[in-house]
Design a protein around this ligand. Structure first.
Ligand SMILES: *[C@@H]1O[C@H](CO)[C@@H](O)[C@H](O)[C@H]1NC(C)=O
Ligand SMILES: *[C@@H]1O[C@H](CO)[C@@H](O)[C@H](O)[C@H]1NC(C)=O
Ligand SMILES: *[C@@H]1O[C@H](CO)[C@@H](O)[C@H](O)[C@H]1NC(C)=O
Length: 390
């Protein structure tokens, strides 16, 4: 999910270095690969969880339709390894987990009980985060031992929030964005702490705060993140590297244009690549042109989205970046309402644009937090694997 800023933040200073991913120095000194793989389950939930109001049509007859995706990975927290499932979110930068006081479905993946961990420490600092979908969480920061679900990547005294109240329904959230986007930094001007990717680097598990996101096909039940590396078997063709657009305090990259139904639409706007957003959000003007190109109807909405003839689900919505085009099949975007019709699963916005899951599943994305760059390639959907460190 995109974490809300109180104001447009100053662009972060870019210090772009040109000595990118060094090749092995010589054939004899082979560096031990420092890569940490994090697998996740793809969990599908009803669309209405994210948007319930302003439904113009009646609720469809068929049970709605698992159209929201969450990427749940398990972490082990505390000396007694409390297993908690969290949603991996590239659009925010804090880890929080529900505690025993939290109510609702958010506890279904487990909750944190610091009283059961001998390494838990309340650092007496409150935490509150507001997300772009109008949900929020409040609680208290702790430090404790945290590792990946398989026990690897053990971090001592890692800072995260124990949440007593939240309107997020799916699970806790593992935000892995830039540390300058941590909630307390954005809202209170605090000094950033080492969030998950930086803590992995500091502990020596990876050389650089870089990770690769492979969401897999829309049908897949799992995907993976590689911290400190990339899986070249899962990349089809070249990877191109794009610099942070600099307009927001997030890792945004600029979409030059999109092509849909034979129309090329100039976009030229920064987009955040957000695994925590099920939907993609376009600047209003380009959104309207996409909807028009598809013959969509904005006066007849389905969960706030334009309805459209189901025949629009053919061909691609193609995104052109500087140097690469990523094709998203329109069958990923034009979805069935469940009562015979279809809708366009996109939004228009006057705020920051977002490329959510429906884009990210069709790309291989490397987030470089070290120098604020994104590398983008076409994904190769395969179980084959060939991992190199970055
Ligand atoms: C979504 O639908 C489910 C099942 O119909 C319902 O239990 C739940 O309360 C709905 N959620 C919202 C936010 O409307
Ligand atoms: C939605 O997904 C859940 C779990 O993945 C599954 O149990 C449920 O049957 C699905 N519902 C529909 C309507 O496909
Ligand atoms: C859509 O994109 C895919 C993947 O790049 C490509 O194979 C296919 O030909 C495209 N379809 C059309 C109608 O352009």
């Amino acid at each position: 999910m995109v974490q809300l800023s109180l104001q447009t933040l100053l662009p972060i200073a870019l210090c772009l270095s040109s000595f990118a991913s060094a090749a092995p120095v010589d054939g004899l000194t082979k560096r031990a690969p420092k890569v940490l793989g994090l697998d996740f389950d793809v969990v599908k939930a009803p669309l209405n969880e994210t948007l319930s109001s302003l439904v113009k049509r009646g609720t469809p007859n068929s049970p709605l339709i698992n159209k929201s995706y969450y990427y749940i990975t398990y972490l082990l927290l505390g000396s007694n390894k409390q297993k908690i499932g969290v949603d991996i979110d590239t659009g925010s930068s804090d880890l929080w987990v529900p505690n025993s006081q939290t109510s609702g479905t958010v506890k279904e993946y487990g909750y944190y009980d610091p009283s059961k961990s001998t390494t838990a420490k309340d650092i007496h600092k409150s935490f509150k985060i507001n997300y772009g979908d109008k949900t929020s969480s409040t609680g208290e920061f702790y430090t404790d031992t945290v590792s990946l679900g398989d026990g690897s990547g053990k971090l001592s005294n890692f800072q995260f929030a124990s949440i007593s109240s939240t309107s997020v329904s799916q699970s806790g959230i593992l935000g892995i964005g830039l540390n300058t986007l941590e909630a307390n930094v954005v809202y209170n001007g605090d000094v950033p702490y080492n969030n998950f990717p930086l803590a992995l680097k500091n502990a020596g598990y990876i050389d650089n705060a870089i990770y690769s996101l492979y969401l897999n096909t829309p049908d897949a039940t799992g995907g993976s993140i590689l911290f400190g590396g990339k899986d070249v078997a899962k990349i089809d063709g070249p990877l191109i590297t794009l610099q942070h657009s600099g307009e927001y305090n997030r890792l945004d990259i600029t979409v030059d244009s999109v092509t849909v139904a034979g129309n090329q639409i100039t976009v030229s706007a920064p987009f955040n690549l957000d695994s925590g957003s099920t939907v993609s959000y376009f600047p209003t003007d380009s959104f309207n042109q996409i909807v028009d190109s598809l013959g969509g109807d904005t006066s007849n909405l389905f969960y706030k989205r334009p309805t459209v003839a189901c025949s629009a689900a053919t061909g691609n919505l193609s995104f052109t970046f500087h140097g690469i085009t990523i094709d998203v099949p329109l069958s990923d975007i034009v979805l069935e309402t469940g009562d015979g019709g279809c809708f366009i699963n996109l939004f228009g916005t006057d705020e920051e644009a977002i490329l959510g899951d429906n884009f990210l599943r069709r790309a291989y994305v490397i987030y470089n937090l070290e120098n604020s760059e994104i590398s983008l390639g076409k994904p190769k959907y395969t179980t084959a694997s060939s991992i190199v460190s970055l």
